[in-house]
Write a protein that binds this ligand. Structure first.
Ligand SMILES: [Zn+2]
Ligand SMILES: [Zn+2]
Ligand SMILES: [Zn+2]
Ligand SMILES: [Zn+2]
Length: 438
């Protein structure tokens, strides 16, 4: 019986061991998963914090859309962060180091004492199909971190050709006539007396025919295209002249015009008719502030669904990347200038004489009734849930929904008996650009 007891206790111990191991085998993966899911947001927060404080314009991506190499460790990477101003890329482990050791495109710097401006090279990840300025052969076609690109003039050059490149002066490249050079802003900032005449004197170094373009993009109109454009224009221009209207209203963005020579500035508005109207209203307030001389020319790059104004000026019904942003800039430079009537609409309440008339501004047309209600519903809905409206097809479906809903509910029934349209007062003429090549 002694032997029997011992055998029993051994069996019991074995059962306990089995139970213990089963528990461990079950708990370990669960704990690891839990730990990871706690760490992930923590890392995301850390990254977000780093991005916010950084001088670079970092963006995180889960998958780069072309072969990419980390600028710090030179390894090929699939995911990580890139700066849309200077184009450096880094994997998650290297981001902090990249942020510390690599400098970004400076928006405002002193030029050398002799007034010259030198190339600012970034190594690796040069655009596909780019050519070396020295030997004219294709650049960046080796599967490693190689070759250089100047962040200002976009010149590319081989590793081996850089030392023999005899011109190290940067002329800002093809788009020098629209880029605000960092040394111009440095000089303006140093001026003791901020006066338009002084600006024109400083602008002499930017060359004749310098017409800086400010880019105002609405990231809420159409297919995420706004985001893409912001990045591409930050790469091409001085990041200071590129504005995200979801972060800064046009009235603030347009204040940059008051630091540039009067009559030279163009504003390229990326968005729908609503966005263009928003910018034109901001220009009206510049007039009220006595900043008439700084009023810019307006050009449109249509995004999203409602683009009648853009269409009537020859800029098309919607841009979805059909032509490169470089071509967009060339079109802007070639465009002709036309005058456009803008109107003031007064909405007076008929029965109620004590209610103040509501004053609105109007660009190409205004509408009353079912289609206006549809557009208003659509707008209100989009303001509430902007993420839902990222695709053109969904937008059209929502329009269709409100259209059919109104046919059934008939909120606008007998509208013609209830309202009376009187007169419109011409508010002013705004100079706007029309596309010259049709
Ligand atoms: Zn790395
Ligand atoms: Zn950068
Ligand atoms: Zn350069
Ligand atoms: Zn070369």
């Amino acid at each position: 019986s002694e032997k029997h007891k011992r055998q029993e206790s051994t069996e019991l111990r074995e059962e306990w061991t089995l139970l213990l191991w089963t528990t461990v085998a079950f708990l370990v993966p669960v704990l690891i998963t839990l730990w990871c899911s706690f760490q992930r947001p923590k890392r995301k927060v850390q990254l977000k914090d780093l991005f916010r404080k950084s001088k670079h314009g970092w963006h995180y991506t889960d998958l780069f859309n072309k072969p990419t190499y980390c600028c710090v460790c030179s390894q090929p990477i699939l995911q990580g962060a890139f700066c849309d101003c200077c184009g450096i890329c880094a994997d998650e482990e290297c981001i902090q180091r990249a942020d510390r050791i690599l400098s970004c495109k400076e928006i405002m710097t002193q030029s050398q004492t002799d007034g010259r401006f030198y190339h600012q090279w970034v190594r690796g990840n040069v655009p596909l199909a780019s050519y070396c300025a020295e030997c004219k052969q294709q650049c960046g076609n080796q599967p490693k971190l190689c070759d250089y690109r100047c962040v200002w003039c976009q010149t590319t050059v081989h590793d081996d050709c850089l030392s023999s490149l005899n011109d190290d002066l940067c002329d800002l490249g093809e788009f020098r006539s629209v880029i605000i050079p960092p040394h111009y802003l440095y000089q303006v900032n140093k001026l003791r007396r901020r006066h338009p005449d002084e600006y024109s004197k400083l602008a002499a170094v930017c060359g004749s025919g310098w017409t800086p373009v400010l880019l105002l993009a609405n990231t809420r109109s159409g297919n995420n295209m706004g985001e893409v454009l912001l990045g591409e224009f930050r790469t091409l221009l001085n990041p200071v002249q590129v504005f995200d209207l979801s972060e800064l209203p046009p009235s603030k963005a347009l204040q940059l015009c008051t630091l540039l020579p009067p009559g030279s500035v163009r504003v390229l508005v990326c968005g729908g008719d609503g966005t263009v109207g928003w910018v034109l209203d901001a220009i009206d307030t510049m007039k009220l502030k006595g900043q008439d001389q700084f009023i810019p020319l307006v050009t449109i790059l249509p995004l999203g669904t409602g683009n009648d104004l853009s269409n009537s000026l020859g800029w098309g019904a919607g841009y979805a990347g059909e032509i490169s942003v470089e071509q967009v800039l060339r079109n802007v430079l070639e465009a002709e200038v036309v005058q456009m009537d803008r109107w003031k609409v007064q909405v007076v309440s008929k029965g109620n004489y004590f209610r103040k008339p509501k004053v609105l501004s109007m660009n190409n047309y205004f509408s009353v009734g079912p289609d206006a209600l549809m557009a208003l519903n659509f707008h209100a809905h989009r303001e509430k849930t902007p993420s839902f409206f990222s695709s053109r097809i969904i937008n059209k479906a929502v329009y269709f929904f409100y259209g059919t809903k109104d046919c059934l509910v008939q909120e606008c029934k007998d509208l013609d008996k209830r309202i009376e349209v009187n007169i419109l007062i011409c508010l002013q003429r705004q100079v706007i650009q029309r596309k010259s090549v049709f």
